[in-house]
Design a protein around this ligand. Structure first.
Ligand code: HEM
Length: 221
């Protein structure tokens, strides 16, 4: 019983951290899409600078990395518990009756994490610790983060790598949203198809939106 209770608590933590990460993805995607709509890169660079310098965002960034770590650690613990559980308990916990990708959350999650580390080295750590191109916008000298992104996506191997990564992100998200609703007790059998549909729509919009960025840049630059 104690194990069941703690599993429920862990699932709630997973769900809250996961929903927070989804909200980050929506903000991150919106800012990145600016690159496709403003070829001068100005709006993207101004937004990137705001995100990199605003004190509230800096605090949120720490919360974000905390959210990632929490989501990953609790996910691993839950998965190990799940592997150790007998088939009957497996069924009671409701893991088995769900979408196709629900069985592979730990696998898709691991692939996303591996690529995320490469992604952070490509952009985030480069901006923090590396040499950055600069640009003058409205009298302010700032990092030309947009140029860095465009230069990366002129190279086919990077485009391919991001495509694979973002497809796995889509697979992961396909199960994520409705599973979070379920863990938070916000599910009702009447609305199950709606929750599944919303989850899939979110996965397609987020992964598809991110995929547009390397593909459009590669094709048009
Ligand atoms: C085409 C897709 C993507 C592009 C072009 C992109 C671009 C960027 C850039 C330019 C930065 C550095 C921002 C800065 O330091 O000022 C960044 C940071 C980051 N990206 Fe992405 N990103 C993409 C997809 C993703 C995805 C799918 C995830 C998560 C699964 C992600 C997670 C992060 C995180 C955690 C950071 C560091 C925190 C931050 O700066 O906001 N990114 N990304």
């Amino acid at each position: 019983m104690a194990l069941t209770y703690s599993s429920v608590t862990k699932k709630i933590i997973m769900a809250l951290a996961g929903l927070f990460l989804i909200s980050f993805l929506i903000v991150h995607l919106s800012i990145n899409l600016l690159l496709l709509f403003d070829s001068s890169r100005e709006s993207f660079n101004v937004a990137a600078r705001f995100m990199a310098t605003n004190p509230v965002i800096q605090v949120m960034q720490i919360v974000l990395f905390g959210g990632f770590i929490l989501h990953i650690l609790v996910g691993i613990i839950l998965q190990i518990q799940n592997w150790m559980a007998r088939p009957t308990r497996y069924k009671i916990e409701g893991y088995s009756q769900s979408s196709f990708f629900s069985k592979f959350m730990i696998h898709t999650g691991a692939v996303i994490l591996a690529f995320l580390v490469i992604h952070l080295f490509n952009f985030f750590f480069k901006a923090k610790f590396g040499e950055m191109p600069e640009v003058m916008i409205d009298g302010t000298l700032m990092e030309d983060m947009g140029l860095l992104v465009i230069e990366k996506f002129k190279e086919f191997p990077y485009v391919l790598m991001y495509l694979v990564w973002l497809l796995f992100l889509g697979f992961h998200l396909d199960h994520a949203f409705h599973s979070a609703l379920q863990s938070l007790g916000l599910n009702h059998s009447k609305y199950t198809p709606l929750a599944f549909g919303l989850s899939r729509a979110l996965a397609i919009l987020i992964a598809g939106g991110f995929i547009l960025i390397p593909v459009v840049i590669y094709v048009t630059q």
